[in-house]
Design a protein around this ligand. Structure first.
Ligand code: PAF
Length: 280
């Protein structure tokens, strides 16, 4: 496994790979890797050459979000990747990524203004712009993103489709702890006393699935059932909890089999997001 830290180094390694016209699989990450990320790298299995990037992207953090608090565990990350079938890890600096400026950005449009986009207004422009830059640098055939960040995944699919980029986007299933908590780099910030309350979100989403199986049809009724599940965890507060259509991110009056249950809660200083299909 090779590790490169600059665009020049990346180009000199990839020139040979591009010339060989092999299929390149790519997993962009912000590091602090866990089993969820490793499962994404395994989806690149059918590709001939596998690239992972590790870059804590400052433009997707708002000033109040404390970029410096984001976990940075590069040595552990590289050790984990070296045990997977990875050919190249790209670890650019902020200077390497944005040295030429940050005036131009990719705007996410209406789908990027709701839910996560309403709470974090600049977030998705930062995500789409850095993903676009990484795609231009790596030129992957296939790129893999986790379903855990479902709105991000839907926006990346939309960006690639609307901008005619020749890259196939794969979504990787959310990996969960044995009690159902979705794996996330942010879980490490949960205090021991908060860990049990973090389950409020996955329990609420499961309750939504159960309600759909029982025959509930209206999104409002479904939301009520999910809110009721969160109330069993008094330390958890809800940012949103609902069903949406993945194509538009609009909330239908009556959900369908393609709808997705999405939610965000806060437990102490930690904000958690999660989602599940209506029926699995
Ligand atoms: O999901 C993430 O880790 C980040 O948003 C991404 C896609 C690597 C862009 O910085």
């Amino acid at each position: 496994m090779q590790v490169v830290r600059s665009l020049d180094e990346l180009n000199s390694v990839l020139e040979v790979v591009w010339a060989a016209a092999v299929r390149i699989g790519f997993v962009p990450t912000m590091g602090a890797l866990h089993e969820g990320h490793l499962s994404l790298t395994r989806l690149c299995g059918p590709c001939d050459y596998r690239v992972v990037s590790i870059f804590v992207n400052p433009t997707q953090f708002a000033p109040n979000e404390d970029l410096s608090r984001y976990p940075r565990t590069l040595d552990e990350d590289l050790a984990m990747l070296s045990r997977e079938n990875i050919d190249l890890v790209y670890v650019p600096s902020v200077e390497d990524m944005y040295g030429s400026g940050v005036q131009i950005s990719i705007q996410p449009g209406e789908m990027g203004k709701v839910f996560e986009g309403a709470i974090r207004p600049e977030h998705f422009a930062g995500v789409l712009t850095v993903v676009g830059k990484l795609f231009h640098r790596v030129k992957p055939d296939v790129a893999v993103f986790g379903e855990k960040d479902f709105q991000q995944l839907c926006l990346i699919r939309k960006m690639v489709k609307e901008l005619d980029w020749p890259v196939q986007i794969l979504g990787g299933k959310t990996i969960r702890e044995s009690d159902g908590l979705a794996m996330s780099s942010r879980n490490r910030f949960l205090k021991q006393s908060e860990r049990a309350s973090a389950l409020a979100l996955s329990r609420a989403l499961r309750r939504g699935q159960e309600a759909a199986i029982r025959g509930v049809k209206s999104t409002e009724e479904l939301r009520g059932e999910m809110m009721q599940a969160v109330r069993e965890f008094p330390a958890a507060t809800v940012d949103y909890l609902t069903a949406i259509e993945p194509e538009s991110y609009a909330e239908p009056l009556e959900f369908s089999a393609t709808s997705r249950l999405i939610g965000a809660i806060r437990v102490g200083s930690v904000r958690l997001i999660d989602n599940m299909p209506i029926c699995e």
